[in-house]
Every structure is written in structure tokens, then in C-alpha cells.
Design a protein around this ligand. Structure first.
Ligand SMILES: [Zn+2]
Length: 199
């Protein structure tokens, strides 16, 4: 009987550990992404709830983000855990794309989610019909209210738009006016995108 490990046995053990790490790493990363997505969906639902409370009080169009804020307890519900800038886009985005992400222009605590621009998109696509007495439109259950774009790129640049990205992969989370959070694949071409096709 000899004591200890031979060099070969040691190498085998090291090799197995390296292999295990290589197998586990993507699993752990994907679990982390899944957990972040769950937090984000919960955030969006709370934003939706706040928007609904606003609607119950004022019976009009979906409110501006700053009005929704008054109905939420915690300003962090506007910040996606994946967002590396924690919603502080306005201050740093110098490329004129700030319309897409409201950022701290509206809320000092930061905003990760795309908000108002979708109203324009919804109107453009006819999802949002003008209807008196509420001025610009009506409250449709599937009309997008807010979106999170932070889950479809490993490294996110706030000035990117989906149609400029080749090989974009992952989810875009969409809060509808009905308060549900739907999702679509980032790879879906924008012209194939209708509320009925969310899932
Ligand atoms: Zn998110």
C-alpha cells in the first residue's frame, strides 16, 4: 500500500473539477439571469398596478411615469436588476437617444424601462384608437405601457435599437395596460410584432 495520490490521480481530479466548473458555470449564469428576470417582471407588475390605481382615480389615459411614481411605494420598481446604469441613462446618454429611456430626467432614482415612446408606436400601428372623451386614445388591455429591453444582450448599450443588432437573443418584457407582463423574443422582427402575438 502506498500513501497519498500519484501525479496522475491528482491530474485526473483537477481535470474533473475543471470539467464540473465548465458545466456548472453556464447553469449558474442562466439561473442568475432567470432570477433577475423574475425581479424585473415583479417590478413591471407593480408599475402596472400603480398605473391601474391612477386609472381608477382619474379615468383617463395612462399616466406619465412621474404620475405612476406617486402610486408606487418604492422608486426602485423602475430599475431593472440587469441594467448596468441602474436607470441613470439621461445623465450619461449624449447621443440623442434619450427619448427611448426616460432615465433620471423624470425620476432622480432612475428608470430602466422604456415608457412613453410606445404610445407613439401603439398609435402608429393602430393598437391605440383615438376615443373621446379621453383625448388621444383609449385604454386597451393589450396596449404596451412599458418595456424592459435589458434581457436580450450580454452587454447593453443604451443607444442600441433592436433593428440595429444582429444576433440579438433573449427576451423583451412588456407590461400591458391590462397589467400583465408579456414577453417576446428580441429576434422577432418589429413588423411581426402585434399585441396578440405576445405570450
Ligand atoms: Zn428588466
Amino acid at each position: 500500500m502506498r500513501g497519498g495520490f500519484s501525479l496522475m490521480e491528482l491530474l485526473v481530479v483537477v481535470g474533473i473539477l475543471a470539467l464540473l466548473a465548465a458545466i456548472l458555470m453556464p447553469v449558474l449564469l442562466s439561473a442568475r439571469r432567470g432570477a433577475q428576470r423574475t425581479v424585473c417582471i415583479s417590478n413591471l407588475r407593480q408599475v402596472g398596478l400603480a398605473a391601474r390605481m391612477y386609472r381608477d382615480d382619474y379615468r383617463e389615459l395612462p399616466p406619465y411615469l412621474s404620475a405612476v411614481r406617486l402610486y408606487t411605494g418604492d422608486p426602485r420598481v423602475f430599475v431593472c436588476p440587469v441594467d448596468p446604469l441602474e436607470g441613470k441613462h439621461q445623465a450619461r446618454d449624449t447621443l440623442g437617444d434619450s427619448l427611448r429611456l426616460e432615465g433620471d430626467y423624470y425620476l432622480p432614482s432612475g428608470v430602466s424601462y422604456t415608457y412613453v415612446p410606445n404610445w407613439a408606436v401603439a398609435r402608429l400601428l393602430g393598437w391605440w384608437e383615438a376615443g373621446p372623451p379621453y383625448g388621444e386614445g383609449k385604454w386597451g388591455e393589450l396596449t404596451p405601457l412599458s418595456e424592459c429591453h435589458w434581457h436580450w444582450a450580454r452587454q447593453f448599450n443604451p443607444t442600441w435599437q433592436t433593428d440595429r443588432i444582429t444576433g440579438a437573443r433573449g427576451w423583451v418584457l412588456i407590461l400591458t395596460l391590462g397589467g400583465s407582463v408579456r414577453r417576446i423574443r428580441a429576434e422577432t422582427p418589429p413588423d411581426a410584432f402585434t399585441p396578440e402575438r405576445y405570450y
